[in-house]
Design a protein around this ligand. Structure first.
Ligand code: GLY
Length: 376
């Protein structure tokens, strides 16, 4: 975080939009502030003035929050485009439909897109922005905990295909990310917990104290969704992620660490037909991949147990769905974006707070027999 104090600033008297934290990446700021939903229009007009604005949202979030965002544009020409909610909607077909809706509305290269929703809306609208007229600006306004702490930051955009998750996409950085923790008040508990999976992941990657704090007394987190504790949790996660993205925006090396839990997690999520939330699948993936790290002699003994306990404590699943064959999961990992020469690579922890594999560019090949043992 670029705050001079080195930590999240306290909110001044709880006033709406008092900035709790601002984290700067090379080309944009992430602002975390309860009430900041009402500033989206001001921010978008300042950082990416446009002839038209387009708000892309989904059937869950739109009815709750689109009106406030629209009003924040104070009468500027603006279109709202809805997609159905759910990971199963992150498709090329919906990319085409949103693109066509913008074209039908007369949007041109001087359009700024606002992605209002969770990771699906952010990834899909971001991919539309990456490709529309060869690229237009977009603002991320994440409304799920998972999108706040992870997906909205770092410029990964894309869609799923029948062969796997996120297999078509582009790096396209947003021009601003505006996080309003107060909107978590309407997020179902399962989705809040799913977001904690990515927060735990950031702790495992870089900050053992943050890992412990995130897993400590998780039920009390939700007493007030916009509490200072939730705001601090979001800000620290973004800070850890931003620190990685600043150093390796296009995943040439270091950024691979952010994929911890995702090689098996993506395979499990796709195999569940997206019945599992992304964060739930990542939680299971982290449990399995930390076990793999110990068996491969990469992680300190006890690392996997601590991760398993933390995942359980925050109310996330630790076991993969048994209906899916281990061999099918293994096959899916070979088609993952992270695979090289047809073999999966893993991002694995050395211990809580530090990742292994720097000497190999942060991607660790693992004998498939070990993976099968862990899946057994
Ligand atoms: N969610 C992993 C990344 O953004 O690199």
């Amino acid at each position: 975080m670029n705050d001079a104090t080195g930590g999240p600033r306290a909110r001044a008297g709880g006033t709406a939009s008092a900035v709790a934290a601002r984290i700067s990446l090379p080309t944009y700021d992430v602002t975390v502030a309860p009430g900041s939903l009402d500033s989206v229009g001001d921010v978008a007009r300042r950082v990416a003035p446009a002839h038209r604005y387009a708000v892309v949202t989904d059937g869950n979030v739109g009815p709750l929050y689109a009106r406030r965002v629209v009003e924040s544009f104070a009468g500027e020409p603006l279109h709202v485009v809805d997609i159905p909610a759910g990971e199963a909607q992150k498709t090329r077909a919906n990319w085409g439909q949103v693109t066509d809706a913008l074209l039908d509305a007369g949007c041109g290269r001087d359009t700024t897109i606002v992605a209002l929703g969770g990771g699906v809306v952010g990834d899909l609208a971001g991919f539309v922005a990456a490709t529309f007229m060869r690229g237009v600006p977009y603002v991320q306004v994440p409304t799920t905990l998972l999108a706040m702490v992870d997906a909205s930051v770092g410029g990964k955009t894309g869609v799923d295909t029948p062969a796997g998750k996120n297999l078509v996409g582009a790096f396209h950085q947003p021009v601003a990310v505006i996080v309003d923790p107060a909107v978590l008040a309407t997020l179902p508990l399962a989705h809040r917990r799913a977001g904690l999976a990515e927060a735990l992941k950031h702790g495992i990657i870089a900050d053992a104290g943050y890992f412990d704090r995130t897993a400590h007394d998780p039920d009390s987190l939700w007493i007030g969704a916009e509490s200072d504790r939730v705001t601090a949790l979001i800000a620290r996660s973004i800070e850890i992620k931003a620190d990685v993205v600043r150093r390796d925006e296009r995943e040439g090396g270091l950024r691979k660490v952010l994929n911890f839990g995702h090689t098996l997690g993506h395979a499990i999520e796709a195999a569940s037909g997206y019945a599992l939330l992304h964060g739930e699948a990542v939680a299971i993936g982290m449990v399995l991949e930390s076990e793999l790290a110990e068996r491969a002699g990469v992680a300190d003994a006890g690392t996997a147990m601590r991760i398993r306990e933390a995942v359980q404590r925050v109310g996330l699943p630790i076991d993969r769905p048994r209906a899916v064959e281990a061999s099918s999961l293994l096959a899916a990992t070979r088609g993952d974006k992270k695979a090289r020469a047809g073999s999966a690579e893993y991002a694995l922890p050395r211990r809580i707070g530090a990742m292994a594999g720097e000497e190999r560019g942060w991607g660790i090949p693992v004998d498939e027999r070990l993976v099968l043992e862990v899946l057994a």
